[in-house]
Design a protein around this ligand. Structure first.
Ligand SMILES: Cc1cc2nc3c(=O)[nH]c(=O)nc-3n(C[C@H](O)[C@H](O)[C@H](O)COP(=O)(O)O)c2cc1C
Length: 178
């Protein structure tokens, strides 16, 4: 497949986020013909409300759904907060449960946090609930993330850099296998 379009979602809203740094690094690894755009609407999404979950949802929800539909794959990169998934990220996923944008969509999940295993496991459950396709090689848990990104927002850990390349390869492979 040519001209692959991947939507990246960071579960961190921080301007100097290490998860945003990881998305920048994966974007830099993207081969010709693969475009990765970061979704920037997480902070403006309204709280999920089933009564507003219809064909004419609030504008930010419509925008999210449109971007997801247009994407060949989704890269989610997130920290863990209080042993769980950041609320803003879970909120975004909840807006897609009935509209179904993730059904059969190739997804890579990178949880980059101090520890992160609870959020990673919980997100995999949620992604299963919304029928996303998460290949084994497209799941990556990166603990001690703050030691692996420098103050310029660059990923400096060689093992992580190699792992990010493998995740991107697995995600592109899953798109091409569709
Ligand atoms: C309120 C709060 C709660 C946190 N809870 C956890 C946690 O439960 N598990 C964990 O691994 N890291 C936790 N952390 C640390 C984050 O993983 C760490 O700050 C990470 O770098 C945040 O990602 P970011 O740099 O992309 O914003 C927490 C951080 C904050 C601010």
């Amino acid at each position: 497949m040519s001209n692959i379009n991947i939507l990246a979602i960071s579960g961190s809203l921080r301007p100097n986020s290490s998860n945003a740094a990881i998305i920048r690094q994966v974007t830099a690894f993207a081969p010709p013909g693969v475009t990765i755009n970061q979704y920037n609407g997480l902070a403006t999404l309204p709280h999920f409300n089933p009564d507003l979950d219809n064909d004419t949802p609030p504008a930010p929800v419509f925008e999210l759904r449109t971007l997801l539909k247009a994407a060949d794959a989704v890269l989610i990169c997130t920290p863990e907060y209080a042993f769980g998934v950041p609320g803003s990220l879970k909120n975004a996923l909840d807006w897609t449960v009935s509209s179904g944008e993730f059904v059969d969509k190739p997804v890579a999940l990178i949880t980059a946090s101090s520890v992160g295993q609870n959020a990673h496991a919980a997100l995999l459950l949620t992604l299963g609930a919304i029928s996303a396709k998460v290949a084994d090689d497209a799941k990556l848990l990166i603990p001690f993330i703050r030691t692996k990104v420098n103050s310029d927002g660059e990923v400096i850990d060689e093992e992580v850099l190699q792992a990010l390349k493998m995740v991107l390869k697995a995600l592109i492979g899953a798109i091409n296998d569709q």
